[in-house]
Design a protein around this ligand. Structure first.
Ligand SMILES: *[C@@H]1O[C@H](CO)[C@@H](O)[C@H](O)[C@H]1NC(C)=O
Ligand SMILES: *[C@@H]1O[C@H](CO)[C@@H](O)[C@H](O)[C@H]1NC(C)=O
Ligand SMILES: *[C@@H]1O[C@H](CO)[C@@H](O)[C@H](O)[C@H]1NC(C)=O
Length: 349
């Protein structure tokens, strides 16, 4: 198969936010799909490679739905099996994400998960620290699921997608470092992108052929923090990093000639929801209400918060609510189901 340039843009969603709602159900059976998801607290569910493995009967493996997420309620990974585009498919999902992760901990330090004490934490993330993309690939994926891995998942490269969502912690740390006179944003970003590419190369060498890369959402629209003033550096750093992620996914990459790298424009998706909140049932896009920060109740209503938890965009000062995660899951589901371009093999028969 000759790889074609892939650049996934949320054109439909941007044109009409309501188009994120269910599309027509699939009419023909799909081959079983295996997912390996890598990421930070936006994606982490506390999955352990040592626990019950994911299977087509039990797509998430462990822990039970919705997992141990940072926000308390479901994130896009735990919601994927129930998206309308994937709920007819056989799907299993290995979620290797760890809260606090950066692209490469040797370049930008990972964030210690702040919920360490009271929330229950992914056991291996806890033991090894907030694993970066580099470590999630080297210390978790390869030893467990690589060609000579300890946990055979028997994944077929043609029907296995690797999703990578990193950059949130990187951008925040880079901003802090640059403000303190420790290096330039450009130098950090170029070093991180080299590492990002090296991690993909390791996955490629292990057989990975389909990679879905999320870019960095508009962190300049996070709720204002009491501890720091808004930084004009943040959007600049995001633009730089996202533009390199776009380039990475725009052309067949010389180092991965047989791989399909697709961009999932999380920046456009978040912006679209923030700009049209009512279309998604969201009433508060600017703040976060502390009692809602970690709750198992999407419907929770606390008087001082004004509206229900699910009507907030932000669950806390950094993480979007399940309402946002659900829209994201819908978009990811459509890419994976082949409604969007993701190479020929998966959307075939
Ligand atoms: C994977 O897909 C490619 C391109 O469609 C095809 O040539 C190859 O035989 C497939 N491999 C397997 C194991 O199905
Ligand atoms: C898939 O989702 C649709 C829409 O929510 C629902 O009607 C259908 O029952 C679901 N199918 C399965 C197999 O869960
Ligand atoms: C959004 O939520 C925050 C935190 O609860 C609150 O301070 C703010 O007034 C709310 N904004 C609107 C427009 O309701």
């Amino acid at each position: 198969m000759k790889p074609r340039p892939k650049h996934y843009i949320l054109t439909t969603l941007l044109a009409s936010p309501l188009s994120a709602l269910p599309s027509a159900p699939l009419t023909h059976p799909r081959p079983p799909l295996t997912l390996f998801t890598f990421g930070d607290s936006y994606s982490s569910t506390g999955f352990s490679p040592l626990g019950p493995p994911p299977s087509f009967q039990n797509p998430l493996g462990n822990p039970e739905y919705p997992g141990i997420t940072t926000i308390g309620t479901a994130d896009y990974t735990s919601l994927l099996p129930s998206t309308t585009t994937l709920n007819h498919s056989s799907l299993r999902l290995y979620n290797l994400a760890c809260g606090g992760a950066t692209i490469d901990d040797r370049i930008v330090a990972t964030t210690d998960p702040p919920w360490r004490d009271d929330r229950g934490v992914p056991p291996y993330c806890e033991e090894v620290g907030a694993l970066s993309l580099r470590k999630q690939v080297e210390d978790i994926f390869l030893p467990y699921y690589g060609p000579t891995g300890a946990r055979k998942a028997n994944w077929d490269p043609n029907h296995t997608v690797f999703t990578l969502w990193f950059g949130v912690n990187d951008v925040l740390h880079i901003e802090d470092n640059v403000r303190k006179g420790r290096g330039t944003a450009t130098a950090y970003i170029h070093a991180l992108m080299a590492s990002y590419t090296a991690s993909i190369a390791k996955l490629y060498a292990a057989g990975s052929r389909r990679v879905l890369i999320f870019n960095v959402p508009p962190l300049d629209r996070l709720p204002p923090s009491s501890t720091s003033s808004p930084s004009i550096l943040i959007p600049t750093i995001i633009t730089q990093l996202n533009s390199l992620l776009t380039t990475l996914t725009s052309h067949p990459h010389p180092s991965f000639p047989l791989a399909t790298l697709t961009l999932l424009d999380a920046h456009a998706l978040f912006s679209s929801i923030l700009d049209h909140p009512a279309a998604f049932g969201i009433k508060n896009t600017t703040g976060a209400c502390p009692p809602y920060a970690f709750s198992r109740e999407e419907e929770l209503w606390v008087e001082g918060c004004g509206v229900r938890r699910r009507e907030y965009f932000w669950a806390d000062g950094l993480h979007p609510t399940s309402t946002v995660q659900r829209v994201l899951a819908g978009e990811v589901g459509r890419v994976l189901a082949g409604d969007r371009e993701m190479g020929d093999g998966w959307s075939g028969s």
